[in-house]
Design a protein around this ligand. Structure first.
Ligand code: HEM
Length: 221
């Protein structure tokens, strides 16, 4: 297991996940009797692979803080590659949307500009987060700007997933309440984890300042 996880790390993990997403999309297109419907299935399937990868990156650091074990530490270590794999999966989502628009000319006219607004904002953030996860770009930003962008971007993407699932509950079935509830649970995990991390940092600062104010205590055996 350890040998397997150490082999599937970093860029290797990214390429493996990317290959699975491409394979899945190719198979769906190959086996679907109607190319238009098959393309729509790829749109849905890639939205779901994106959701799983996004969730893994979204809760990684909180889970590692709340439930420290080999798996959550690996999740934390690989979160950059999970995030990039999410961006790749959503690139395939976009390619399938473009393909669908070509195959079904009624698609774009049937969607108002307002319908496309959350998705477009989502893609802007996905692109920004992906590009700034490379050192060559992030080194031109201050740490505070990077952190602000990634925090805002992650919450915007989470909100778009929430909206995409929630709006389908009345029209496409109560089953969409399942991913929506999973997202709500992930939000709770992330908030509790961040609170625990902040608390831990505060306790460490208090201990440090006490050690500095009473240095003799630090030297006591
Ligand atoms: C302008 C950009 C986007 C367009 C035009 C678009 C279009 C679509 C379409 C046509 C579907 C399939 C609808 C169906 O057959 O029921 C879909 C599904 C979905 N999209 Fe997108 N999308 C966009 C961006 C995004 C973004 C940025 C996210 C998330 C961050 C997202 C998440 C989803 C989800 C969760 C589904 C539902 C999948 C399911 O049925 O389980 N989409 N999108």
């Amino acid at each position: 297991m350890n040998a397997l996880s150490s082999k599937l790390a970093g860029w290797r993990l990214f390429w493996a996940l990317g290959a699975c997403i491409l394979l899945m999309s190719g198979l769906l297109l190959a086996v679907g009797p109607d190319p238009v419907e098959a393309t729509r299935t790829v749109i849905r399937a890639t939205a779901r692979t994106s959701f799983v990868l996004f969730l893994a990156a979204f809760v990684a650091s909180s889970l590692a803080a709340l439930v420290p074990n080999a798996f959550t530490r690996a999740l934390m270590r690989e979160r950059r590659y999970l995030g990039l794999s999410f961006a790749f999966s959503h690139l395939v989502h976009m390619a399938a949307i473009v393909g669908y628009g070509v195959l079904d000319p009624k698609f774009w006219p049937s969607r108002g500009a307002l319908t496309n607004t959350p998705g477009t904002i989502g893609y802007v953030f996905i692109a920004l987060l992906a590009v700034t996860s490379f050192h060559a770009v992030s080194r031109h930003m201050s740490a505070a700007t990077w952190k602000r962008l990634h925090t805002v971007g992650i919450w915007v993407i989470a909100a778009i997933f929430g909206l995409s699932f929630f709006k389908r509950i009345p029209s496409m079935g109560v089953a969409y309440a399942i991913p929506f509830s999973i997202l709500c649970a992930a939000v709770a995990v992330r908030l509790v984890g961040k609170w625990a991390q902040a608390n831990k940092r505060k306790q460490a600062q208090i201990r440090n300042s006490q050690a500095n104010t009473h240095p003799q205590h630090a030297l006591e055996p």
